[in-house]
Design a binder for this molecule. Sequence first.
Ligand code: F6P
Length: 556
Amino acid sequence: MDAVAAATTISETAEWATLDAHFAEVRGQHLRDLFASDPTRATELSLEVDGLYLDYSKNRLTQETIRLLVALAERAGLRQHIAAMFAGETINVTEQRAVLHVALRAPESESILLDGTDVVPEVHRVRRKMAAFADRIRSDEWKGHTGKPIRNVVNIGIGGSDLGPHMAYTALQDYSDRWRTFHYVSNVDATQLWESLRDCEPDETLFIVCSKTFTTLETLANARSARDWLLERLDDEAAVKKHFVAVSSNAEEVRKFGIDPANVFEMWDWVGGRYSLDSAIGLSLMIAIGPGRFGEMLAGFHAIDEHFRTAPFERNLPVLLALIGIWYIDFFGAETQAILPYSQYLERFPAYLQQLDMESDGKSVDLDGKPVSYATGPIVWGQPGTNGQHAFYQLIHQGTRLVPCDFIGFAQPNHAIGEHQNLLLANFLAQPEALAFGKTREQVVSEGVAEEQVAARVFEGNHPSNTILATKLTPYTLGQLVALYEHKVFTQGTIWNIDSFDQWGVELGKMLAQGIIPELEADSEPELHHDPSTNALIRRCRGLMPDDTSFQRSES
Ligand code: F6P
């Protein structure tokens, strides 16, 4: 499958060696000089695709760097790998699955084959079922057990069954039906469920239990406690039918839980959890914004899918972002990637991208099971601007680390109040400028700063960033942005020759927790066989735990 011959890893190719040599030339150059020596730099190193504008000129690279990185992508077989994904080939090799989230946003007129069967009609069948259900909730036609309409929607899920819909609901609140409240419960810490339910009336509350596998400990614990909460108050098993629906690919486990099979929305094993926002996992979002706007979001995804699939790599937004990331991670040695949206509505976007990127590309063996000899996925983090400016930007500007940043902003506000938008945009534009160009010793001295104060006020600059600008945050733009990062992560995983679609690294901790549960619950002191540190911590927890840890809803 991989175009890099089995005997050669990507870091042993001539393309990598050429980039290494090129790095030795570029690393010492300052962005001030790169801009001064090339008046066309800002236009040459920027690109607009379907209203999404990427300025990557404030990166420590030249057009030659891009050319060499594109050659690396070609050598890694990126073109073939993209085609393989869209063709439904088994590119998730360790789980032996196809990876077809692109089918979730394909128009009905298209077909995508998996083992000879077109999956697009099935996707649209489930979407129609979602839309019919969402419309019934939104029009108040769907009534709860006592005949009242649904006022609160509680999504229970974790990881991809939470982060996507939660992020997208937060991002698109402005397009949502404000009459209803939406809650997202993921943590097995009962606090989250308790806080979400304290203002909800059970006969006005709908639970959407989202779990692809329907075996996830946190989700099942929250779903069971939610059902107990409902039944304690409505005192009729029949109420579950009106107040619980599920999204899952495991119909049997859903049935065992007691949810009416008619209220189950299917998903498929070819949709990875962190790529599942466009599937029925997005049901809460669809109820919030309506099927029409949900469709607009999917159209944004699809536009970037098509661009990714067809555009030449040097004019391909996700590919460019991926290559620039690889330049910093594998050549400059950057460890992290900051995501800085200048939109409060995108508050949860960095958290969403953490799972997308870190669960996908946080791998240290390649597709042949061999340890990689190069760095892979970065630590992804961030906060919305301008809040981050008053918290951690200090380190990015004057610390000792290289932190590549993605600035994401919108020209038009969702709410035009006073001069807020101009202030927001001014900051969005000023930060990449300050990071790139800094402030020289001469400038500081010319301001009359006392000699002993000068060093602390100098900004070295040369800190790289991408600027992504769209007209306005809409369902369509959100779809574009998410697809942009999905394909970025895929491109990087392809070049690193890793499986971006498995997540074995989360399994060990889950398994050990299963063993510790009975040890915490045992009436008498259990025999412990962990390491001495874990044994001591278990004993200490047992000593400090309350006698009754069952879920209790305080009336306070
Ligand atoms: O533990 C990791 C993970 O498997 C994620 O990949 C996934 O998004 C999440 O758990 C939830 O899984 P499920 O939807 O099966 O409950």
